[in-house]
Design a protein around this ligand. Structure first.
Ligand code: ATP
Length: 216
């Protein structure tokens, strides 16, 4: 489904990724671990097309996409949730979700069906539909960021530390929602340091100073 071969990335002269290769199969949950600064965020950003200068081959559903801009990758079914969430904080929960629906991908479901689906995955959000995102807790914002990405109908989710720094009760809700999505066939590539999803993953890959240890 997604293959990455020989990916290198640079911030100016400083190389952040060295010859990284990996693959994510249909419906697989793959976790990337590594210390702070190992290159996890750079890798995910390179895959969605918002990273620094990069070279290498990225293939998505048999098409080379490394030259595609981010919006084209998103429309093709790649969904990304950044560590810093990037919500429209002045807008309500509902507005954040519907803005995303407008840029929906080639998914089968209608925006209204996706909205219903997202509400059933995150009932917590249903009780705060009219609240500005700025008045939500960090964990609630993290849920909204994931929910917003789901409104686009992704086939592969690229998630940067989805369970980091949020209240334990919301960690459990987030984990359960992600595992439910995985059971439904949504593939995931997740950067995490806290082992919440790693124990459920088909593979755990380790990045060390920009290099992938072990097999892809
Ligand atoms: P963390 O968990 O702390 O986010 P990470 O594994 O995601 O770490 P990256 O953020 O991808 O690691 O960083 C990889 C390397 O690239 C680090 O050496 C970091 O200092 C460097 N780096 C990241 N972002 C930038 C940037 N905008 N400009 C220059 N260097 C950067």
């Amino acid at each position: 489904m997604l293959t990455v071969e020989g990916l290198n990335a640079w911030y100016g002269q400083a190389q952040a990724l060295f010859d990284v290769s990996l693959s994510v199969g249909e419906g697989q949950l793959i976790v990337i671990q590594g210390l702070n600064g190992a290159g996890k965020s750079t890798l995910l950003q390179s895959l969605i097309g918002i990273g620094p200068r990069a070279q290498g081959r990225i293939t998505w559903q048999n098409q080379p996409i490394q030259t595609w801009p981010a919006h084209r990758r998103a429309r093709a079914g790649l969904g990304f949730v950044a560590e810093d969430r990037r919500l429209f904080t002045g807008l309500s929960v509902k507005e954040n979700l519907w803005i995303a629906a407008a840029s929906g991908s080639n998914a089968q479901a209608t925006p209204a069906q996706r909205f219903e689906r997202v509400m059933s995955l995150f009932p917590q959000l249903q009780t705060m539909l009219h609240r500005p995102a700025s008045q939500m807790s960090g964990g609630e914002q993290q849920m909204l960021a994931l929910a917003r990405t789901l409104m686009i109908g992704p086939r592969l989710l690229l998630l940067d530390e989805p369970c980091e720094g949020i209240a334990p009760v919301l960690v459990a809700a987030m984990r359960d929602a992600l595992l439910q999505l995985a059971r439904e066939g949504v593939a995931m590539l997740v950067a995490e340091q806290n082992n919440i999803l790693a124990r459920h993953a088909q593979r755990v890959l380790v990045l060390t100073s920009g290099r992938m240890d072990g097999a892809a």
